[in-house]
Structure formats: structure tokens, C-alpha cells
Design a protein around this ligand. Structure first.
Ligand code: ATP
Ligand code: MG
Length: 256
């Protein structure tokens, strides 16, 4: 692994700031995600976690500061250009096409990934190739039984899994997961945790999550936000014991 030591940074922000009017939602956020890292971002409601993800993906543009992906400054790039470079997110709210099948949804993502636009533009062999790739992704995530089901007919937790399948089809080097298990029934949330646990170590992951059992099981390092700023960072053990974190967020919560 001489070329890619664990400490190599894949994604970095340098002092990014963003205000919504008088509200400072991002205060000089400086952050580094190592290649292959399993990072959790936690903090109370309104801390600025989703805003930070939106700044990383280009959905929001910072007032100041820089964002680097593999040492390249991507601060000025729009959302789609960042996805092409491997920076991919899932959403808190489902963005799937509910009247299409699971396979078609993932197939569309595969066509997009190969720059072949919509399904109508793809041509028959490109479509067959994309369908094959999509099915292989579903098999990999143990979702092939759902391939021919309409997305709108699936349980919410399974829809969230399909979103992850769509995101993975873009071949991310960095995957940003914003509360992937929020509002999901326990049986399905276990399936989501399994998929996240089994993600390739080639993919660096930043996970926002309020479920502390999931956070402490998943993360090798935790970043805590409060009031638009990074409060502290550390190993799960350090964060669990940090009195500042207890005060702003964890309080009397317990975790395994
Ligand atoms: N587009 C916007 N315009 C104005 N204010 C916004 C906008 N987006 C977010 N905010 C505000 O910025 C702050 C940070 O919000 P954000 O959604 O990033 O928090 P969060 O940490 O993701 O919270 P949660 O855990 O509830 O998802 C909040 O006070 C929110 O109301
Ligand atoms: Mg949020």
C-alpha cells in the first residue's frame, strides 16, 4: 500500500464559512477525511451537519474557504462535476423514481455513470450493459430479489437501500451518507447497517447519524458539530468520554 497510506487525505475543507442571513451555519470548517476512513459526523439538530454535506457536494456554495478532493480544488465545481470526480451523496429524502422498477432505477444510474444520458439515448447495447451492471450491484447488496419491483411499492427502508445502490453505481471514492437509517423500521435498518459495514475499503465514508449505536459501531473517528462549528474530533472512545460532547449532545445517552 505504498501509494495509498491510510493517512492520505482524500477530502479536505479549509476554513469554509456560510451564512444564511444572520445565521452562521458553517463557521470556518476545517476537516480532513483520510482515504478509506469511516468517519461519523454527529451533533444536535440544527448543528449544521446537512449544510456541511451540501457544501461538500456543491448544492451550496461557501462564502469563503476551500474544498479539496484528492488535492484538487473543487470549490467552484457544480454538483455533477463533483459526482464525476467520485464525490457522491445519498439524500435524507428519497429521490428515486417511484413508478419505475428497482432495476430500472439502478440501470439509469449506470447509464449516467457511463455518460450515456437517459435510457432513451442509451442505445440497446449500452442499455443491456447497464442492466447487467445494475443487476450485479443488486446482487452485491443482496437486493436482487427486489429487481422487478416498483420502487413505490417497497418498504421505506428498502427504498433507502436502493438509494445506496444508486449512489454506489456512480463508483464513488467518497460516499456521504446523511442519516441513511432515519425513520426506518428496525429490521430494515439492520440491512442498511450491514450494507454500510460491507462497503469496500476503497470508498471513504462520511456518515451523519443520530443513532449512536450505529455511529459507535461504524466510525473509526468522530467529528462533532454544534452551532455551525466543529466542536471537537476524536476516536469513539474519546468522544464518548468528552464532557463538552456530553453537554451539547450525548447527555445521558448510552451506547454499546
Ligand atoms: N437553506 C437554508 N436557509 C436558511 N437556513 C437554513 C437553510 N438550511 C439550513 N438552515 C439552517 O441552518 C442550520 C443548520 O441546519 P442543518 O440542516 O445543516 O442542521 P443539521 O445538523 O443537519 O440538523 P438535523 O440533525 O436536524 O438534520 C439550522 O439552523 C437550519 O435552520
Ligand atoms: Mg441534517
Amino acid at each position: 500500500m505504498a501509494n495509498t497510506p491510510q493517512s492520505e487525505t482524500v477530502l479536505e475543507t479549509r476554513g469554509i464559512c456560510l451564512s444564511f442571513g444572520a445565521l452562521e451555519a458553517a463557521k470556518h470548517l476545517s476537516f480532513k477525511l483520510p482515504r478509506g476512513g469511516r468517519r461519523a459526523l454527529i451533533g444536535p439538530n440544527g448543528a449544521g451537519k446537512t449544510t456541511f454535506i451540501n457544501l461538500l457536494t456543491g448544492k451550496l456554495m461557501p462564502d469563503s474557504g476551500r474544498i479539496l478532493l484528492n488535492d484538487n480544488d473543487i470549490s467552484a465545481l457544480p454538483f455533477h462535476a463533483r459526482v464525476k470526480l467520485g464525490l457522491v451523496r445519498t439524500f435524507q429524502i428519497s429521490t428515486l423514481l417511484r413508478k419505475m422498477t428497482v432495476l430500472e432505477n439502478v440501470q439509469l444510474a449506470a447509464l449516467e455513470q457511463h455518460g450515456r444520458g437517459g435510457i432513451l439515448l442509451g442505445g440497446r447495447s449500452a442499455q443491456a450493459e447497464a442492466a447487467e451492471e445494475a443487476f450485479a450491484m443488486l446482487v452485491q447488496l443482496n437486493l436482487d430479489a427486489y429487481a422487478s419491483k416498483l420502487v413505490g411499492e417497497l418498504a421505506y427502508g428498502i427504498q433507502r437501500l436502493i438509494e445506496i445502490a444508486v449512489a454506489l453505481t456512480s463508483r464513488p471514492s467518497v460516499l456521504l451518507l446523511d442519516e441513511p437509517a432515519a425513520g426506518v423500521a428496525p429490521a430494515e435498518s439492520r440491512l442498511i447497517v450491514d450494507v454500510i459495514d460491507q462497503l469496500s475499503s476503497d470508498i471513504s465514508v462520511l456518515l451523519i447519524e443520530h443513532d449512536m449505536n450505529l455511529v459507535f459501531r461504524f466510525a473509526d473517528w468522530i467529528t462533532v458539530m454544534a452551532g455551525g462549528a466543529i466542536l471537537c474530533e476524536g476516536s469513539p472512545r474519546e468522544i464518548a468520554a468528552d464532557p463538552r460532547v456530553k453537554e451539547v449532545y450525548l447527555g445521558a445517552r448510552t451506547y454499546d
